[in-house]
Design a protein around this ligand. Structure first.
Ligand code: EPU
Length: 425
């Protein structure tokens, strides 16, 4: 199992470039299933979740050329010879975004079979909103158990445009149903949709291929089904969670850093939060310049769907809160299992009290000390990297595959900023 060894306590310095967004490319890849011609995706991040999505699509018969990935970050996808809409794959069970494939598969083949999707263990991750949405479009859903695991078969041959209101806001749910509706007959209106920038980016690409989608990026999306889509080219938008993670890292390690190739308005709430803690945040086009104060002030946050404070930055923020003077409340409203990493932070010297599964109080500022910890999920794993860099002494972070799932070459990028981090197998 791979691990990071980090000697912390030093300030970092320099410029870091933001990669393409994980949660954008993981939807652009399935979108290629809707297209009747080749699709080129540029600015693809080199992360494990992308590799798993490619494997899943190849298993379904898609051709995904990766020869231009290492040098140019380009993927070429051709799904014209795809033959199967059945995902009986182990990978699908471990990748939450495998559920996103179901929408395009249904639209293209009229049926889909898939196991319940897994992903990071951060609380219950049901798929009721997807299934209800498919039913609203006229599909029938059958569930059975295969080798003690839930498997779904959806028959969507009679799907028609319809109206559907999400009873809870879901990012992948919005993306999945939006994609299904592009190729089915009639008009679909989706209400109470998520508004994340990745959704608007996906709609923009589909639009360029001939889809008729209006309102993506707002709570109501209207889709007029078309007979077919052509292929096209798209560029993955910068990863706002990558950008926010490095902004928080800079503040937590008292380092002046420049974050390049970001879209600052995508993390406006995060930058405003940092400012309220005393951090100087300057914006220069697509660059964000972070200059931490001598003493950080505590601040409370409540995670929320976009444009609120992203749940994916909640754990990194908790590390920052340990370095701020005063008491801050962290209220996680999206997931019920995303605060359990605090025990490890407390072992590193933090003073964090759990009030209930959704809320913790952080008392700062406390010095952190190097410890051995295990990365429990992608975002908490990155939070441990930040904690280890802010801590005095040596930390070991085990099981870093979960970090590799969503952050490109974290060790190399941090070394370039002067961090003492090495990867060992
Ligand atoms: N939910 C339901 N029923 C559903 C679907 C979701 O109740 O059918 C609930 C979830 O349990 C959760 C809430 O709705 O409490 C929000 O979940 P959502 O569906 O929005 O999450 P997601 O679409 O599965 C995406 C990102 C997550 C990110 C969330 C929130 C992808 C592949 N994943 O997940 O990213 O945390 O939106 O912004 O886009 C990550 O990158 O580390 C990550 C977990």
């Amino acid at each position: 199992m791979a691990r990071f060894i980090i000697n912390g306590g030093e300030k970092l310095k320099g410029t870091i470039e933001i990669c393409g967004a994980k949660n954008a490319v993981l939807k652009l890849l399935p979108a290629a299933i809707l297209c009747g011609g080749p699709v080129i995706i540029q600015n693809v991040p080199r992360i494990e979740d992308v590799n798993r999505m490619i494997e899943l699509m190849q298993n379904l018969g898609a051709s995904v050329a990766t020869d231009d990935m290492a040098t140019n970050r380009i993927l070429r996808i051709d799904t014209r010879r795809m033959h199967s809409s059945s995902m009986s794959n182990d990978i699908a069970k471990r990748l939450r975004s495998s559920i996103v494939l179901v929408g395009p598969l249904l639209a293209r083949f009229g049926s889909a079979t898939f196991p319940h999707p897994g992903g990071c263990v951060i609380g219950q991750r049901p798929i009721d909103l997807f299934l209800d949405g498919f039913r609203a479009l006229g599909a029938t859903v059958q569930e059975h158990v295969h080798e003690q695991y839930p498997v779904y078969h959806i028959d969507g041959k009679r799907m028609r445009g319809a109206e559907y209101t999400f009873k809870n806001i879901s990012v992948t749910g919005t993306e999945c149903l939006m994609m299904t509706a592009t190729l089915i007959k009639g008009k679909t209106i989706l209400r109470n949709c998520a508004m994340e920038p990745e959704i608007a980016a996906l709609a923009e690409f589909l639009h360029s291929c001939g889809a008729r989608i209006h309102g993506a990026g707002t709570h109501t999306i209207e889709i007029n089904g078309v007979k077919k889509l052509r292929g096209g080219t798209c560029t993955v938008i910068p990863d706002r969670i990558d950008a926010g993670s490095f902004a928080i890292l800079a503040a937590a390690t008292k380092s002046a850093l420049t974050i390049k190739n970001a879209v600052p308005e995508h993390i406006a709430t995060v930058l405003e939060t940092l400012r309220s803690m005393g951090v100087t945040v300057d914006i220069n086009g697509n660059s964000i310049i972070i200059r931490p104060p001598r003493v950080l002030r505590a601040c409370s946050i409540k995670t929320h769907e976009y444009p609120g404070f992203p749940t994916d930055l909640q754990a990194p923020f908790a590390v920052l809160a340990t370095q701020a003077k005063g008491i801050g409340l962290i209220h996680e409203t999206v997931y019920e299992g995303r605060l359990f990493y605090i025990e490890s932070l407390n072992r590193m010297g933090a003073k964090i009290i759990m009030c209930d599964p959704h809320r913790v109080l952080v008392q700062g500022a406390t010095p952190l000390h190097g410890r051995e910890v295990e990365s429990p999920d992608l975002r908490a794993g990155l939070a441990f990297v930040i904690a280890a860099l802010a801590a005095h002494g040596t930390s070991v972070i085990d099981d870093i595959y979960s970090i590799d799932r969503g952050y490109e070459d974290i060790a190399g990028r941090l070394q370039a900023l002067g961090a003492d981090i090495t990867r060992s197998s």
